[in-house]
Ligand binder design. Structure first.
Ligand code: ADQ
Length: 456
């Protein structure tokens, strides 16, 4: 079997004392690298004056190669083009997108740097798997340097409709560079179709077969590979976590009330302010929930050097403060907003003791938290999932109550029906979703993608 080379913006390198704290993607990638031996290449997370230093080290069958960047690289490539141009645009937030040309130049420069540093470490029969919007032009850069290996790409975020994509000044060259890949994986069929639509209608490409298009003489295969979680492990972790000190403390503080939980990075795509407004509407329209429902929102800071993220933090704090001031009583606070992260283990326990998982992004490639919430439930008395139709996960989790996150009253109604749902109905909805996630876990995702890449 050929060696696997994974490239992503950040690398989940081994650290002393780490005990299974990796997120789902790292778990999936590490399993493949361990099985076949391989290389994981990416940014070290370090910023140095010179940049460009590559640290290569081995850990078991895996070689890690991590690259330092300069402050300017970080500003233009990461905070700039990746997170102020592509991220907002791909999440349909044209109002927040900033197309400063300097960002694009930095993005291309860092992708070229990645290519030049990676190239000497490649072997002829390597299979290369590049991840996410930070590295779209990387295959093109590698091809220009003579790389003949199979190269696949997986996009973790949505692919926007052509009408939205064309607002990107360099949309043509970005899509051209994507055609240097052998296989492009999307989260959902909708994303894949949006890409095909653009290639055929806007870029003048031709369709070869259902999955394959040709653009300027390059053929690329596309597929939808919805990412998933390590279902069995999470279920086990949640069962163990259900009786830990932290979970007991949470349960003790909630007492016999209903706990609604949301867990997200503090990102404007996650719909946090609208979620607070929907909860506010629940208290207003269904007053029996006053004194009874508790909404726990965990949202640690993310990309906090990007101005739009500082802004959303202020907005969310104001919204939570307003609702608590209007509704709290001396023995009950409706919203517990925590601006910090918790370990995976702890979160599994929090998911397990809650009555409802409330996941309402305005746009999300997949949303793994929704899947994690399902995996962590007690089979005898599972909670209900209220999920945005704009999360990729909504295409798969049919037992969820699917909502439109822009419609506060609709979300409040769904919350009310989840709170009133019988245990039988909750069990029925949950077991369909859990069975599905057992079959479609992170291993199945990775295997399906890598098999398709090998078959191209
Ligand atoms: P994210 O936007 O980060 O990922 P998501 O998939 O929900 O969104 O979360 C990724 C992981 O981070 C999950 O394992 C989750 O448990 C963890 N996490 C989130 N909030 C946390 C918190 N407050 N504390 C601790 N852990 C937290 C991007 C795309 C998604 C896509 C993933 C994977 O935006 O759409 O699902 O990549 O492809």
């Amino acid at each position: 079997m050929s060696r696997l080379v994974v490239v992503s913006n950040r690398v989940s390198a081994p650290r002393q004392g780490r005990t299974g704290g990796e997120g789902g993607l790292a778990v999936g990638i590490l399993a493949a690298l361990r099985e076949r031996g391989g290389l994981w290449f990416g940014w070290s997370g370090k910023i140095t004056e010179q940049g460009g230093n590559l640290d290569v080290f081995e850990h078991g069958p895996i070689t890690y190669a991590t690259l330092d960047l300069t402050a300017r690289d970080y500003e233009e490539y990461y905070s700039g083009f990746a997170n102020r141009s592509l991220w907002p645009l791909f999440h349909y937030r044209l109002d927040l997108a900033d197309f400063t040309r300097r960002y694009l130049a930095g993005y291309q420069r860092v992708n070229a740097l990645f290519a030049s540093k990676l190239l000497p470490h490649l072997q002829d029969d390597d299979q290369i798997w590049i991840h996410d919007y930070h590295l779209i032009p990387l295959a093109d850069q590698l091809r220009q340097a003579g790389c003949k290996q199979k190269i696949g790409f997986f996009l973790h975020i949505p692919w926007p409709a052509p009408e939205v994509l064309v607002a990107l000044p360099n949309h043509r060259s970005l899509v051209n560079s994507l055609c240097a890949y052998d296989l492009i994986g999307f989260q959902t069929e909708i994303d894949r179709q949006a890409f095909i639509d653009y290639v055929l209608r806007d870029a003048g490409g031709t369709q070869i077969d259902e999955a394959t298009v040709e653009l300027h003489g390059r053929r690329v295969t596309t597929g939808a590979y919805p990412i998933s979680i390590d279902t069995e492990n999470l279920a086990k972790m949640a069962e163990e976590a259900s009786s830990t000190r932290h979970t007991e403390r949470l349960r003790g503080s909630v007492r016999d009330r209903d706990l609604i939980v949301g867990v997200d990075r503090l990102d404007y795509s996650k719909g946090l302010v609208a979620r607070v407004e929907a909860f506010e509407h629940l208290l207003k329209a269904y007053p029996a929930n006053r004194g009874r429902a508790v909404f726990l929102q965990i949202a640690p800071p993310s990309r906090s050097d990007v101005p739009e993220y500082q802004h959303i933090r202020g907005e969310l704090e104001a919204a939570c403060g307003r609702v608590n001031a209007a509704y709290a009583d001396f023995d009950w606070t409706p919203i517990r907003y925590l601006n910090k992260g918790f370990s995976r283990r702890l979160l599994t326990g929090f998911f397990r003791v809650s009555t409802i998982g409330l996941i309402t992004p305005l746009r999300d490639g997949m949303n793994l938290v929704a899947k994690e919430y399902v995996a962590c439930q007690n089979p005898e008395d599972p909670g209900a999932l209220v999920l945005s139709r704009f999360a990729g996960a909504a295409r798969e989790l049919e037992g969820a109550l699917i909502v439109n996150p822009y419609d506060n009253e609709g979300v409040a109604e769904a919350l009310q029906s989840a709170l009133a749902m019988s245990r039988d109905e909750r069990r029925e909805r949950w077991s369909a979703m859990f069975d599905y996630l057992r079959r479609h876990d992170i291993d199945a995702w990775r295997e399906a993608y890598l098999k398709a890449l090998a078959d191209t």
